[in-house]
Design a protein around this ligand. Structure first.
Ligand code: HSE
Length: 427
C-alpha cells in the first residue's frame, strides 16, 4: 500500500481528495499498486467531511510518518509551502505540487533537492490547470530544439476579458464570478496584474530552455489598463487583446521573457481562446508549432493534473523521473527594452482643435497632432471609430524597439496624452 498526504484543503486540495476517491479503483489498477490518502493537512476544521478522520493540523504528523512516501502540496503561496516541501524532500518523500509561485521561485533548488534525495518533485498542475503541458515539454517534445513558447496562461483574466467583451459585464462583476467559480487566486491581484502568468511562463521557460528564469527577471504587465475602447479598436483591426506570456530564445542564447496584454491577429489560434480556457503554443524545430488547449483553472481540472503526477510517483516509487534544470543567472533574460514589435497607441490630443479629420477616420484630432505623430514615428496607421471622443487618436506604429518607442512617445508629450499602449504581436 502506498500512502499519500495532501497538504491544503482549499479549492484544489478538496478537488484532489474528491477525484482520488471517486476514481480510486481505476487509479490503482492503472498504477498496479494499492494506494490511500492517510492525512489531509489544514488549519481549518472540516467536521462534515466524509474524510474527517484523516485531517491533521500538524505537519510533523506527515513528516515523521515513514508510511508516507508521496506528499501533495496544494496550499499555495511561498510559505509555509516552501519549508514543508523542502523538509519532505529531505526526508525522502516525493512531492507533487500545483503551486506555481513555489516552482517559479524555488524550482531549481527543489529539483536539486529531489535529485540529491532520489525522489520526485512533479508540478504538472502548476501551469495550465488540467492541460498536460509540463510532461509533454519534458518528454514528448524532448527531441526538439524549442525556440519559443507563448500562451494564454491565466484563466481568470481570460474569463474576465471574455465576459467584458461578450456579455458587457463590468470588470468587477466578472472578477467576482471568476472568484466564485474557484478560478482566481486568493489575492486576485496576482491574476489581474499578470504575476500568475509571469510565474507560469517562468516555469515553462525554465523547463524548455534548461535554466531557471526567475519572476523578477520578467517584464510583467496585467490587464487593469485595458478599456472597452481598446477591445473595440482591436476588433475593428481584426485582432483580439489577450494577456500573453511569451519566452523566446534569442540568437545569442539569451531569452526574451515577457508578460503583457497584446493585440494578436484573429487568424492566430490563441485569439479564439475564450473564458477560462488556456492555450500554450510551443515552437519546436522538428514539430513546428504544437498548441495545447484546455481548462486552465478550476477545482477538478487542476485536481486531474495533480493526481496524474501522484500516479507517476506511484509508478516510479523507487526510481526518480529525470526532471531538472540548471540555475539561471542575472542577464540570462535580456532587457525587454531591446524587444521589437509594433505598438498600438490610444491617446487624446493635447491641442483643443476638433475640426481636422483624416478621411473621416480620426474624429476630433487636429491635423497638427497627426503630422507630429507621423514625424515622430514615421509611417503609422491611424484607426478611427464611430462616435470617437473629442481629440481621441488611435494609431499603430511600425515595428520598432521598446526603448525607441518610449523615447518617441515622450517627444509627443506636448501633443498627445497616451491613455493606452499595447504591443502588437507578429501573430
Ligand atoms: N488563478 C489561476 C488562473 C488558477 O486563473 O489561471 C490556475 O493557475
Amino acid at each position: 500500500m502506498i500512502y499519500i498526504a495532501v497538504m491544503g484543503h482549499g479549492v484544489v486540495g478538496s478537488g484532489v481528495v474528491e477525484v482520488f476517491y471517486k476514481n480510486l479503483e481505476n487509479l490503482s489498477a492503472k498504477c498496479g499498486s494499492e494506494m490511500d490518502i492517510k492525512y489531509i493537512l489544514d488549519i481549518r476544521d472540516f467536521p462534515d467531511s466524509p474524510y474527517k478522520d484523516k485531517f491533521t493540523k500538524s505537519f510533523d504528523d506527515i513528516l515523521n510518518d515513514s508510511d508516507i512516501s508521496i506528499v501533495v502540496e496544494v496550499m499555495g503561496g511561498l510559505e509555509p509551502a516552501y519549508s514543508f516541501v523542502k523538509r519532505c524532500l529531505l526526508a525522502g518523500k516525493s512531492v507533487v505540487t500545483s503551486n506555481k509561485e513555489l516552482v517559479a521561485m524555488k524550482g531549481f533548488e527543489l529539483l536539486s533537492l529531489s535529485r540529491d534525495n532520489n525522489v520526485n518533485f512533479l508540478f504538472e498542475a502548476s501551469v495550465g490547470g488540467g492541460i498536460p503541458v509540463i510532461r509533454p515539454i519534458a518528454q514528448c517534445l524532448a527531441a526538439n530544439d524549442i525556440t519559443e513558447i507563448a500562451g494564454i496562461l491565466n484563466g481568470t483574466t481570460n474569463f474576465i476579458m471574455t465576459k467584458m467583451i461578450k456579455d458587457q459585464m463590468s470588470f468587477k462583476d466578472a472578477l467576482c464570478l471568476a472568484q466564485s467559480l474557484g478560478y482566481a487566486e486568493c489575492d486576485p491581484s496576482a491574476d489581474v496584474e499578470g504575476d500568475d502568468t509571469c510565474r507560469k511562463i517562468c516555469i515553462l521557460a525554465s523547463l524548455a530552455f534548461g535554466k531557471h528564469v526567475y519572476p523578477r527577471q520578467v517584464f510583467t504587465q496585467g490587464i487593469t489598463g485595458i478599456h472597452l475602447e481598446d477591445v473595440s479598436y482591436a476588433e475593428s483591426l481584426g485582432h483580439a487583446i489577450k494577456l500573453i506570456g511569451r519566452a523566446v530564445r534569442l540568437y545569442d542564447g539569451h531569452l526574451s521573457v515577457t508578460v503583457y496584454p497584446a493585440l494578436i491577429s484573429k487568424d492566430c489560434q490563441l485569439a479564439s481562446v475564450d473564458d477560462v480556457f488556456n492555450a500554450i503554443m510551443v515552437r519546436g524545430d522538428a514539430t513546428g508549432d504544437v498548441v495545447f488547449y484546455g481548462k486552465g483553472a478550476g477545482k477538478l481540472p487542476t485536481a486531474s493534473a495533480v493526481i496524474a503526477d501522484v500516479m507517476d510517483c506511484v509508478k516510479h516509487i523507487s526510481a526518480r523521473k529525470y526532471l531538472y534544470w540548471q540555475d539561471g543567472e542575472d542577464g540570462y533574460v535580456a532587457d525587454y527594452r531591446l524587444d521589437e514589435h509594433a505598438f498600438y497607441v490610444r491617446g487624446t490630443s493635447q491641442i483643443d482643435v476638433t475640426s481636422a479629420m483624416l478621411g473621416g477616420l480620426v474624429a476630433g484630432a487636429s491635423a497638427e497632432v497627426l503630422d507630429k505623430i507621423r514625424e515622430t514615428f514615421g509611417t503609422v496607421r491611424f484607426v478611427g471609430r464611430q462616435d470617437a471622443n473629442d481629440g481621441e487618436i488611435v494609431f499603430i506604429t511600425g515595428v520598432m524597439r521598446e526603448a525607441a518607442f518610449t523615447q518617441a512617445l515622450d517627444r509627443l508629450k506636448d501633443f498627445l496624452n497616451p491613455e493606452s499602449v499595447l504591443r502588437v504581436m507578429d501573430y
